[in-house]
Design a protein around this ligand. Structure first.
Ligand SMILES: Nc1ncnc2c1ncn2[C@@H]1O[C@H](COP(=O)(O)OP(=O)(O)OP(=O)(O)O)[C@@H](O)[C@H]1O
Ligand SMILES: NC(=O)CC[C@H](N)C(=O)O
Length: 623
């Protein structure tokens, strides 16, 4: 043992330790305050936007390549579905990068395909960006620039860099080297037509001369120049016919620009400096730069103006489904042949899904989501994360930020026969026994308490430490333990009521949670497990409905008759339950010995609180 420890710490050392402890406590208090209080979104980014991932590593390199004064980024989702956990990374990267370098980030709806876009997605996307604590500098739409894009398409034709083409899909595939793209590539006859003719035909296409698929505007890139070539340069479509009204421009257009024509130009219109996207767009970078060059809009990376596209690795989570089309099957059910598969979840925000609306509803804090992305870091490599890793990260955050409560999922009544009026006391219990989370609540100790059915056994054994006939167990924070003396059974053969006495001089081996019968608050608690039995649901048969056979029947376990200590009402009072779920002001707590829970914003009513399990208290290694 070290000298100092043997003698005990000196006065100076004690003083120093005290100061350090005070400082740490203050810091912890401040942090947890921030975590449980509703956040005031600031103009550009949230209070805990990741920091290290910008000042170190790959993103630092991206900035150093183009170290402009006015950093401008954009988050450009297609409004054709709800965002998922992967998008959290894209939001954190784009908004966080701008914030870190003192710039601004746009939310740009990439709305160039009216067949798939719906109002509900627009609203939900902005709502989620704000939930994560970010405020867009401006909310824009690719469609805001439809007129300008059209003018530039005509300009491309005039410059002989685009042509009207009437080839069908099969023919285009043949021109690109056949099914495996290995055959010879060749240009079609339309490529060399006079520009005047293309211009007239483009206008005719705009004015409704053709039906969808009959004609399109094609960029004149480099179909045959290079031996291997980049498929992104094989004369990509710039405009196609979609006979649908657009949610912004109504019936004005029947032709719409493609992603490849739109994205780089909109980046340039918005003066985006760093256009950050995922690595599947790596090859598109060539066509991105090419198009800007054709229109004299390309600026060298070394200059202040002009967009620079760089690509980072996607975030994938194993063990769940992220594809929009597949989630849609889970939400709406599907029909395969004459077999009808009913929906597997209630909606897009079902807490079992990894959509961001689902994760929010389950109770995952926005800050924890951002911290998770920060922990993973940003590189060009894809991150394929196991759900267990995600949950461990969330658990770490909750451990430090949410109060404790006593919840009993399957209550069984215990009558403490020798308890007197003096034993009926009110005790003050801190929200966190370790003191990291400020606050306390009053807990009533009565003559009758509920304990969990799982904490009682009719047959005792030497390796069992909870309640059993003639065995004592401690009740958290109650000054005495209790010993069971008898129990009665209901018609179904299950223990119904336990009679117990105080075990005053016994030191119990275990402590359990409990709830006072007189003041118990009834709740419905929903426990969540994975949606599929298989650990790799993406590999299931999604074509023929085989996925339905792999659904886990216990993905949601509902405890209708659960009870919780009355203190939950104080927690609820201090926050309001927003039916829209648009706020991060949710009531979350750690139910001792049970799991982390959150009050459900949609299903809770004045009369009945519904709880969602956020995560378990520890990882279940058996899964
Ligand atoms: N898994 C992911 N990880 C990181 N970023 C992503 C991920 N999925 C999409 N993004 C990024 O989010 C932005 C907006 O994406 P958008 O919704 O248009 O993408 P998507 O590829 O259609 O998504 P989905 O996975 O639903 O098909 C893009 O910049 C895209 O690169
Ligand atoms: N460059 C990008 O970020 C791509 C955004 C585009 N909305 C897409 O995912 O298709």
């Amino acid at each position: 043992m070290a000298d100092a420890e043997e003698k005990g710490p000196s006065k100076r050392a004690l003083e120093k330790a005290k100061k350090k402890a005070e400082k740490l406590a203050k810091k912890a208090e401040h942090k947890s305050e921030l975590a449980i209080r509703p956040k005031e979104p600031t103009k550009q980014a949230g209070p805990s936007a990741p920091v290290n991932m910008f000042s170190e590593g790959w993103l630092k390199g991206v900035y150093e390549e183009k170290p402009v004064k006015a950093v401008r980024t954009r988050f450009p989702p297609e409004p054709n579905g709800f965002l998922h956990i992967g998008h959290c990374k894209a939001i954190a990267v784009n908004f966080g990068f701008a914030k870190h370098y003192g710039g601004v980030c746009f939310l740009r709806y990439d709305d160039t395909n009216p067949e798939k876009e719906e109002e509900i997605y627009f609203t939900s996307i902005l709502d989620i960006v704000r939930w994560l604590g970010f405020e867009p500098f401006q909310v824009t739409h690719s469609s805001d620039s439809f007129d300008r894009l059209y003018e530039l398409a005509e300009e491309m034709i005039r410059r002989d860099k685009a042509y009207m083409c009437y080839c069908n899909k099969e023919e285009i595939n043949r021109q690109r080297g056949g099914p495996d793209n290995r055959g010879p590539r060749y240009a079609c006859e339309h490529r060399t037509r006079p520009t005047e003719e293309s211009l007239t035909e483009f206008r005719a296409m705009r004015d409704g001369k053709y039906k969808p698929g009959e004609a399109f505007l094609r960029m004149k890139q480099s179909l045959t120049d290079l031996k291997e070539g980049n498929p992104q340069m094989w004369d990509l479509p710039a405009y196609r016919i979609i006979e649908r009204d657009h949610h912004k421009t109504g019936g004005k257009w029947r032709i719409y620009p493609t992603y490849d024509f739109t994205h780089c130009l909109c980046d340039a219109f918005e003066d985006i400096s760093h256009s950050l996207c995922t690595t599947e767009f790596r090859q598109s970078r060539v066509s991105y730069d090419w198009l800007l060059e054709q229109l004299d809009m390309k600026v060298p990376v070394s200059e202040e103006k002009g967009p620079m596209q760089r690509e980072y690795g996607r975030l994938n989570v194993n063990g769940t489904i992220l594809s929009k089309r597949r989630i849609q099957m889970l939400v709406q059910g599907t029909t395969v042949g004459d077999k009808t598969i009913p929906p597997a979840v209630r909606d897009w925000d079902d807490p079992r899904l990894y959509t961001l609306v689902g994760l929010r509803r389950r109770g995952i804090p926005a800050q924890a989501m951002l911290q998770f992305v920060e922990e993973l870091g940003v590189t060009v490599g894809e991150s394929a994360i196991q759900i267990a890793r995600f949950e461990a990260s969330i658990r770490k955050h909750l451990e430090r930020t949410v109060p404790r409560q006593m919840l009993v999922l399957e209550p069984i009544k215990v009558i403490i026969e020798d308890a007197t009026d003096e034993d009926e006391i009110e005790i003050t219990v801190p929200y966190d026994p370790k003191g990291a989370i400020p606050g306390e609540r009053k807990v009533k100790v009565g003559k009758e308490v509920y304990i969990d059915r799982n904490d009682f056994r009719e047959e005792d054994s030497a390796d069992y430490f909870r309640l059993a006939p003639d065995k004592a167990v401690g009740l958290y924070n109650v000054p005495f333990a209790i010993r069971a003396v008898s129990y009665s059974k209901s018609d179904d053969g299950k223990a119904f009521e336990i009679k117990a006495v105080k075990a005053l001089n016994e030191k119990p081996k275990a402590f359990i949670q409990w709830v006072d019968v007189a003041t118990a608050v009834p709740v419905t608690a929903r426990q969540y497990n994975s949606l599929f039995k298989s650990a790799s649901p993406n590999e299931l048969d999604w074509k023929n409905g085989g996925w339905a056979d792999d659904l886990n029947p216990s993905s949601e376990v509902i405890f209708e008759g659960a009870v919780i200590e009355r203190g939950v009402k104080d927690l609820l009072k201090s926050r309001s339950l927003h039916p829209s779920g648009s706020s991060d002001d949710l009531v979350r707590f750690q139910a001792l010995r049970t799991a982390y829970f959150c009050a459900d914003v949609k299903d809770s009513t004045e009369d009945k609180i519904v709880l969602n399990q956020i995560v378990t208290l520890r990882e279940d290694k058996s899964k």
